[in-house]
Design a protein around this ligand. Sequence first.
Ligand SMILES: Nc1ncnc2c1ncn2[C@@H]1O[C@H](COP(=O)(O)OP(=O)(O)OP(=O)(O)O)[C@@H](O)[C@H]1O
Length: 310
Amino acid sequence: MKKHVFIVNPNSASGKGKRTWMKVERYLISNNIPYSIYFTSREGEATEIVKQIVADKMHDEIKSLIIIGGDGTVQEAISGLPNKEVPFTFGVIAGGTGNDFVRSIGQDKHPIKALKRIEKMKNVTGIDVGFYQLQNSEAQGRFVNALGAGFDAEVGKKANNSKIKSWLNTFGLGSLSYVIALISLIITYKRTNLTINVDGKNHDFSNVWFITVANGPFYGGGMKISPNSSNQDGALDVIIVHNLSRLKLLTLFGLVFIGKHLQMKEVATFKGKEIYLESEEKILIHADGETVGYTPANISIIHKSLKISI
Ligand SMILES: Nc1ncnc2c1ncn2[C@@H]1O[C@H](COP(=O)(O)OP(=O)(O)OP(=O)(O)O)[C@@H](O)[C@H]1O
């Protein structure tokens, strides 16, 4: 008999992952729903678990593979998938701080409501996934929301490493840690010059704060960084923020929350499938908020490669 397989990050959002799993497990047991469970214990383990599931050819036993955690856990899990199409369906139950993927696919944030929807398998859809390969290291992987380089990657790193995030998470305010990190880095961050190649065409920019390659509209806990993005259109949206003062950058982030920043003259946008990014000085890169390395990087899209039950 097919069963649901869960991958749970018990420590996401300072223990929300575990608390969410306990609610889900109670529901599974009281409704006699067959399941098995993997808990992650450290960074990178979700990737290894998915690789193992694929290597063991467990596909026929799996009704759906359900992630409970935040965007980082989703990003790590899908990075364990092979390049060819995967014969099982994914589901995501919000257990993180930002939960931007849950937001962009329109999944219910309530764990049991989400589980009931995933379980029914009535709305199974193909989602695009971004793929990155860093040039100066072996690092490669996938992302569902956005890959970013520069200032926003530094903000994510600082927020994720901050003690304040755990404390804020106890009040359900973990997203505020990004705002705090942003305000402190705005004063110290050094801008750089970069070249981006989109589908074979080079574009040069000076004094760049950050560049985002978006698959879905949201990142950073609800910021509408790429309001026109769809994770089903087979394309990535590139947003480059350059040549603006520190004060104006703050205004930009204010506008990002309502998705109106694209109208600013210091914001350049492109749409494409194959992207190459290099910078005068190497800059930090994140994939779905997880630090992955430094430029230069190749980024591409794998169209509708993730089957997901919403
Ligand atoms: N048991 C664990 N203890 C600590 N860290 C873990 C554990 N399992 C996985 N991780 C790491 O925790 C990181 C963050 O997890 P996740 O993204 O799920 O939560 P979050 O940061 O609270 O949420 P969001 O990304 O939505 O803001 C993951 O990238 C993963 O590497």
